[in-house]
Design a protein around this ligand. Structure first.
Ligand SMILES: *Cc1c(COP(=O)(O)O)cnc(C)c1O
Length: 373
């Protein structure tokens, strides 16, 4: 097959639409440090997403590391093993101890019951992930955080534009983090953001992302260089003009998968909860080898043989990597749902430009691997 199919493909508007932004940057010579496009993107994104304040960052990982600094998190942080590795890495970069707890098998997100069992006197925060953009049990997590006096920082890297009961999921917890990496629904090549409700907290975050400078001569903390530059911000403004259309096309792709696999034994799609406006960011399917008649890795290899680069997000679990596997909470018997799902999951290609014809090939390959008992 001549064409190779990635699991995702970045949203790139027509180049000629980007040129005027570049001309403006060349004219103004404002390249970074809160230039006009940066300020405009912060305002427009906050409004579009339905959040109070938003601070742009150079990427989502630096945003996560900075969020933990901004709230002065210490000791142990309860988090999920079923995520991209940056979630837990942000803890190690702050000298914090990750405590992994198991996920709910329907939402793939932290199970509040397991969170409560893992709290110790050293626990200061919870770092949940809205995995694949499916909202966490935000009420359950809030109750535990309130009862035990814990901070909540949501890794919302997958949750751009997700709403529940007409409210952005990004408004939950103390802070939420977005990623605008090229592989995400909304991208600025690289990029990210911290969302917060408090103006003073945004102010501190803005100091922290600029080396800790509060003014010309005051450095309030050992801040970092986490700034987003004007070229990225300008690209973000252009993306905003195309994002609704891109999500609508992702939706069509997702719905075609859903119709194709409905009623096929041993392959199950994500359940989108009621009253949720989802972003169609990923299409994970779970392959139950016994019922499907073929195991996940066999199907994965079959796709690879056809140059269809499906991905096993998230396999292995974060808790299986060398820098985490020695932790007491990494013991696999304590994470049965995460273990099972990481062995069954396959993310199928979803992106706005995926052709119907190619999608049919992807669907047919799965159906051809299915053996009815
Ligand atoms: C992409 C991602 C990140 C990291 O974001 P970058 O912008 O690539 O640094 C963090 N957490 C999760 C869950 C992600 O998927």
């Amino acid at each position: 097959m001549a064409e190779f199919v990635p699991v995702t493909s970045p949203l790139l508007p027509p180049l000629e639409e980007f040129v005027p932004y570049l001309e403006e940057i060349w004219r103004s010579k404002r390249l970074t440090n809160g230039g006009p496009f940066h300020e405009q993107l912060e305002r427009e994104l906050a409004e579009y997403l339905g959040v109070k304040h938003l601070s742009l960052f150079c990427n989502g990982t630096v945003a996560l590391v900075t969020a933990l600094q901004a709230l002065r998190i210490t000791g142990e942080v309860i988090t999920t093993p079923y995520s991209f590795v940056a979630t837990a890495h942000s803890l190690l970069w702050n000298g914090l101890k990750p405590v992994f707890v198991d996920i709910d098998p329907v939402t793939n997100n932290l199970d509040p019951k397991r969170i409560e069992e893992a709290i110790t006197p050293a626990t200061s925060a919870i770092l949940p992930v809205h995995c694949y953009g499916i909202p966490c049990d935000v009420e359950g997590i809030r109750r535990i955080a309130d009862t035990y006096g814990l901070k909540v920082i949501y890794d919302a890297a997958h949750a751009f534009g997700v709403r529940q009961n007409d409210l952005s999921v990004l408004n939950h917890g103390d802070l939420s983090i977005l990623s605008f990496h090229a592989t995400k629904v909304f991208n600025t090549f690289e990029g990210g953001a911290i969302i917060c409700a408090d103006e003073k907290v945004k102010q501190r975050i803005d100091y922290l992302k600029n080396f800790g400078f509060a003014d010309e001569t005051t450095v309030m903390a050992p801040g970092i260089n986490g700034k987003m530059n004007e070229v990225q911000a300008a690209f973000g403004l252009l993306q905003m003009r195309h994002i609704d259309n891109a999500m609508a096309r992702r939706r069509e792709v997702f719905e075609r998968y859903r119709r194709a696999f409905e009623g096929v034994a041993g392959i199950s799609l994500l359940e989108i909860p009621d009253a949720t406006e989802w972003n169609f960011s990923y299409c994970p399917v779970l392959i139950d080898a016994q019922r499907f008649g073929c195991d996940r890795d066999a199907l994965y290899n079959r796709y690879r043989d056809h140059d269809i680069l499906v991905r096993r997000y998230f396999f292995p679990l974060i808790s299986e990597f060398p820098m985490y596997r020695g932790l007491p909470s990494s013991v696999m018997s304590g994470l049965p749902n995460a273990m099972r799902i990481s062995r069954q999951v396959l993310c199928l290609p979803v992106y706005p430009d995926l052709s119907v014809k190619m999608q049919q090939i992807i669907i047919d390959l799965a159906l051809a691997s299915h053996v009815s008992p």
